[in-house]
Design a protein around this ligand. Structure first.
Ligand code: B12
Length: 143
């Protein structure tokens, strides 16, 4: 996909081709998953995953969701263009252990910051995640 992205940027291929390639990549993921051993008896926790508001890229997010799922996580995939409050409400209702947000568009990244800010304000976040969140927060602020 990276290679095709570069070719798209050089105007060697066009949007329909990129979209067909994206569908092919997703179909490959679905085929591959059939040959992966599912650790179904493991219960490592619940993850709420989605692509943040304004962004519809989902190939990488689905890959991550799939890998978490086969490794014993209960994955709730909210899809794409997910509002910050939808992440938070779902995590709260499902008593989730983790929120996993995907974003490829720089215009959508502020919504990740919004979600983190809300979590920090309302829940003071779990200590375990704090360091990583501080790091992410700093990175996003630098953008
Ligand atoms: C395929 C693609 C599309 C497809 C998306 C199809 C789909 N169903 O996802 C289509 C053609 C629809 C598309 C549309 C657009 N795209 Co586009 N797209 C890409 C492209 C070429 C590849 C992305 C991809 O799927 N890579 C393969 C996957 C496997 O990699 P990945 O997504 O990075 O995921 C990996 C990691 O990031 C990570 N990861 C991902 N999510 C998560 C989540 C968690 C929790 C974790 C831990 C890890 C993780 O793990 C994954 C596996 O390693 C990129 C260029 C690029 N090189 O990235 C541009 C790119 C992302 N698109 C871009 C743009 C601008 C757009 C459009 C706005 C174009 C337009 N003018 O309409 C629209 C946006 C539509 C929208 N609202 O979302 C820009 C973004 C630039 C920016 N800085 O914001 C890029 C970077 C291209 C560019 N160089 O300009 N796009």
């Amino acid at each position: 996909m990276n290679e095709l992205g570069d070719r798209f940027a050089r105007m060697e291929i066009f949007l329909p081709e990129l979209m067909i390639a994206a569908e092919a990549a997703d179909a490959i993921r679905e085929e591959l998953i059939k040959s992966v051993e599912v650790k179904s008896d493991a219960n490592n926790g619940t993850v709420v995953i989605g692509t943040i508001a304004g962004d519809n890229h989902d190939i990488g997010k689905k890959m991550v969701a799939t890998l978490l799922s086969v490794n014993g996580y209960n994955v709730i995939d909210l899809g794409t263009d997910v509002d910050p409050m939808q992440f938070i409400d779902t995590a709260k209702n499902e008593n989730a252990d983790m929120i996993a947000m995907s974003s490829l568009l720089s215009t959508s990244m502020p919504f990740i910051r919004e979600t983190i800010e809300y979590l920090v304000d309302e829940y003071a976040l779990m200590e375990l995640c704090q360091q990583r969140v501080d790091y992410l927060y700093k990175k996003i602020q630098e953008q």
